[in-house]
Design a protein around this ligand. Structure first.
Ligand SMILES: Nc1ncnc2c1ncn2[C@@H]1O[C@H](COP(=O)(O)OP(=O)(O)O)[C@@H](O)[C@H]1O
Ligand SMILES: [Mg+2]
Length: 237
């Protein structure tokens, strides 16, 4: 059986959309017929709170929870847990906290790639430098174990559509230029970005993903997931 793809959602900042991305990615993966595990390593336990709300959502919509995503809170024994579960899922999606890099590093030793949300105002020098620092730390350890380098794909989240041709455009150009200067060997900028949509705020309390709504955020998120699938197939080659 094929081994799971381990997708780490990480950033050095909180509030940029890690948990939101992890949840929607998991639900879209499930829609595409994948066996998905959502792993919460953050003490904020956003995933856990979401899953509790989801029970009501599933009951109301008469969806069998057997077909649903599975989730687990795992703050210790991450390596052991991953080793034991590698055959059981197509995707293991790991949500990390922005506060400490501890889980990021631990999960990073096993992950296939990282996706990292950033927002147009925070996509700065300092943030990318601290992200690269963690990746370098992880990759020194991976290299010592003869494992290929972990690559990170960053994307802009909460983009204000009114700024597509102004602020967003210049921020994106800045990030692109920074990333091409050789100081960030493990970070790539994704083609897709995600717009600021109100449905992202509502989904946490409602226990559903934007990909389960008819909101315009759905189509955009699905195109975003297509890019993640392209990354996955490149890495698994
Ligand atoms: N694209 C988006 N549009 C609007 N709100 C968003 C978007 N992405 C995330 N949010 C909101 O931003 C807040 C922080 O998101 P969260 O996923 O919890 O961040 P993190 O896990 O990085 O701390 C939440 O209220 C979430 O609903
Ligand atoms: Mg979070």
């Amino acid at each position: 059986m094929k081994r799971s793809t381990i997708i780490l959602v990480g950033s050095t900042k909180g509030g940029v959309g890690k948990s939101t991305t992890a949840i929607n990615l998991a639900l879209e993966g499930k829609n595409r017929g994948k066996r998905v595990l959502l792993m919460d390593t953050d003490e904020q336990a956003t995933i856990d709170k979401f899953i509790r709300k989801r029970t009501t959502y599933l009951e109301t919509n008469k969806i069998s929870d057997i077909d649903d995503i599975e989730s687990v809170i795992q703050r210790s024994n991450i390596p052991k847990f991953l080793r034991q579960n590698l055959d059981r899922y197509d995707w293991i999606i790991i949500d990390t906290s922005g506060k400490t890099s501890e889980e990021f590093v631990k999960a990073g030793l096993f992950a296939d790639f990282v996706i990292s949300p950033t927002t147009p105002c925070e996509a700065d020098n300092d943030e990318l430098a601290s992200l690269q620092k963690i990746l370098s730390q992880i990759n020194t350890l991976r290299d010592a174990n003869d494992v290929e380098a972990l690559l990170c794909y960053t994307f802009m989240n909460k983009v204000d559509p009114k700024t597509l041709n102004t602020f967003f455009k210049s921020e994106k150009a800045k990030v692109k230029e920074l990333l091409s200067n050789g100081d960030y060997p493990h970070i790539n900028l994704m083609k897709q970005y995600l717009t600021y949509y109100n449905v992202y705020q509502k989904m946490h309390g409602g226990g559903y993903g934007v990909v389960e709504t008819k909101d315009r955020a759905k189509g955009q998120f699905q195109v975003f997931v297509n890019e993640i699938c392209e990354i996955e197939s490149r890495i698994n080659k």
